[in-house]
Structure formats: C-alpha cells, structure tokens
Design a binder for this molecule. Structure first.
Ligand code: AMP
Length: 352
C-alpha cells in the first residue's frame, strides 16, 4: 500500500492531472507533475513539477526516484521513456501500449472478444483504396497514433474521397474503420485493483460534436441501459486482460445487435467528470485509491441524475453566468488561451 503522505507522480499536466492531484491532496498525498510544458494546469495544484520532455531519460530517472508511485493522465507517451519507473507505474506499460496504437488496440479488443467495427490497417493510398472496396463507405481513417478529440481523423463518404482523406490525415499509418450507424454513444468507466477487484459507475450517455465530447448524462436512456450489462462484461474482460490497475474507460456505440467498442482509454475520462459531484466517490479519487491500493469507495449516484457539459473554446467566457446559477458546479482548468476546440472547463448539474 502507498500510504497517505507519500508522493504520487502524474505524467501529463492537463486538466485530468489537475483533477487527479486535487483528489490526491484530499487524501493527504503530495503530487509531482511531469510535463514538457511550462506551468501546465496541474502544476498549479501540485507540490512539485518537473518541466522536461517525455523522452528525457535523465529527467525521467530523477522523477522516478522522487515519487513513490506514478500514473499517467494521457496515453500518447513514448512507452520506452517510462521504463525508468519500473513497477512504480500504475497502470502498467501494457495498458499504455495497447491504448496508444489504434491497430494494436483493435487486435487486442478482438482477442478479448469485444465487438468492433470492421477495420483494416492502412499504410499507403492503395491500402486505403482496398479498404474502401472491402468495407464500403462511409468509413473513417484514424491515425494509429497521437489522435484525440477527433484529431487525426478523416471521413470517406464517397468512393472518390480516398485520396483526399489520406492527404487530410497527413498520409500516416492509420486504421480504416467502417462507419457505425449507432443510435447513441456511452461509456463504461471502472476502476480495477491489482488483486482483480473492480468498481463500476453508472454508465454515462455521451453526446459528441465535431469529434469532441459535449455532454455526458447519467442515468443513460432506456435504449442504452439495455446494452450496459453486456458492455460492462466487455469492459471487465478488457481490464482483466490488461491486468489494469486504476481507472479504465471503454467508449461504446449503442449499435444494432449490441454494444460495439469505439476505443479504450487507460485512465480517467472526460465522460466521468460528473462523478466529482454526482457520485459518492469520484473517478479521480477512485483512481488514486486503486493505484495506492487503498480500499474502494462507493460509486453510486448521490442524487437521481447528473449532467456534465464541457466548456469548449470561448464558451468558458460564460463563467460569470454559470457561477451565478445556483447548484451548478463550475470547473475551470486554469488554461491560458481559449483556442477553438480546447477544453477549458466543465459544468456539472446534479438534480432531483
Ligand atoms: P474517437 O476519437 O475515435 O473517439 O472518435 C470521436 C467521435 O467520432 C466518436 O465519439 C464518434 O462520435 C465519431 N466516430 C468515431 N468513429 C466512428 C465510427 N466508426 N462510426 C461512426 N462514428 C464514429
């Protein structure tokens, strides 16, 4: 067990790292943030920060010596660079390796017997054209690595659009994935302990716009609720196969014939932000509990329902009106410039 008073290293200093550090501080831990940027949002609320590149081996060794356990807030990290952390890293490098390469992820999901949309790995325009011929349109190209929030993606809606889409993703190794005619999107968020225990939250139904999450709602609608039991089984099988420690999020399409996995995130997730005020134990606190091997907290809803709305780009300028709304829980991430598409904060409403 990593006892309160110990130091938790958090690799990545964005809003997820910030909310993890706040939850850790509540439990009496100190946090040390590692981020290549100067003054990242999480450093404002942490005891220490290292400002170095992820592949700076010396800085990573010093960080490894300075912390008792380490975790990561996003998956686009060079896996080799984290080897200095050894078994201090939770979740381990297997969860990271699977989640950071979309082709490895799909192969792994198929091994776990999860349903995924038909897909092909593509490395050339000829591969993309074959994928169009075999999978038909619409299909979406997604770069194997470094994609998030719909970035690194291009849709092919007509057979003559293959070359344009290949150019749009920068002609990088990618997966071509058949478009899914889903009726809704939802996620399963769970925390897993090293001994195999797990805890799941109510599954949020998620609405996206332009590839970015806009709103998560719990409880989900009836049509999604029918798919949640099978999705939970799938998510637990994935977590077990990864020997995952900490929070794991699996995003699903509610499709005809049952839940289909879109992608996995080996970490706390935007669709779980509602748990801060909406659940007995938040995803952030539970992640800290799991990686430090503390007992699990309850995950039930505090009240009947909750909604979480992201504040994207200049929507954050609405903070005065949101703060004046009684009962709205406003979270501002302390990021500088409100660039279009940038997640600047969120607001949660817990009702009934
Ligand atoms: P991703 O970054 O893979 O989570 O994709 C962002 C969003 O794009 C998803 O939440 C969906 O709304 C949409 N999307 C991604 N892949 C597909 C697909 N194969 N079929 C339909 N919609 C998709």
């Amino acid at each position: 067990m990593i006892a309160p008073g110990s130091t938790i290293g958090i690799i990545g200093g964005g809003q997820l790292g910030r909310m993890l550090a706040i939850a850790a501080a509540q439990l009496g831990y100190r946090c040390h943030i590692y981020d290549p940027q100067e003054n990242p949002p999480a450093a404002d609320v942490a005891a220490e920060a290292t400002h170095a590149a992820y592949d700076d081996a010396d800085a990573m060794c010093r960080f490894a010596d300075a912390v008792d356990v380490a975790t990561y807030e996003f998956e686009n990290l060079p896996a080799g660079a984290l080897s200095a952390l050894g078994d201090k890293l939770r979740p381990g490098t297997r969860s990271l390796a699977v989640a950071q390469d979309r082709a490895a992820e799909k192969e792994f999901l198929e091994q776990c017997r999860a349903r995924v949309s038909p897909w092909r790995a593509v490395e050339t325009l000829a591969d993309v054209e074959s994928a169009v011929a075999e999978l038909r349109v619409p299909l979406v190209l997604k770069t194997r690595r470094f994609g998030y929030d719909g970035k690194g993606q291009a849709w092919i809606r007509g057979e003559d659009e293959a070359a344009a889409a290949w150019d749009a993703i920068g002609q990088q190794p990618a997966v071509a994935e058949a478009g899914v005619a889903f009726s809704a999107e939802f996620s399963v968020i769970l925390a897993r302990w090293a001994d195999g225990r797990n805890a799941l939250w109510e599954s949020p139904e998620n609405a996206h716009r332009d590839g970015i999450l806009r709103r998560s709602t719990v409880p989900c609608s009836q049509q999604v609720a029918l798919q949640v039991p099978r999705a939970r089984e799938t998510a637990i099988a994935i977590a077990n196969a990864l020997d995952h420690v900490g929070v794991l999020t699996v995003e699903f399409f509610a499709a005809a014939g049952g839940p289909m996995v879109n992608e996995i995130a080996p970490r706390v997730h935007n669709s779980g932000h509602w748990t801060i005020e909406g659940a007995v134990t938040s995803q952030f606190e539970q992640h800290i509990r799991a990686i430090c091997d503390l007992p699990p907290g309850l995950t039930g809803l505090i009240r009947g329902s909750a909604t979480m709305d992201n504040l994207i780009g200049d929507e954050v300028d609405r903070w005065p009106e949101l703060l004046a709304e009684r009962g709205a829980h406003v979270h501002l991430y302390g990021k500088g410039e409100a660039r279009p598409g940038r997640k600047m904060g969120h607001v949660t409403r817990v009702v009934r």
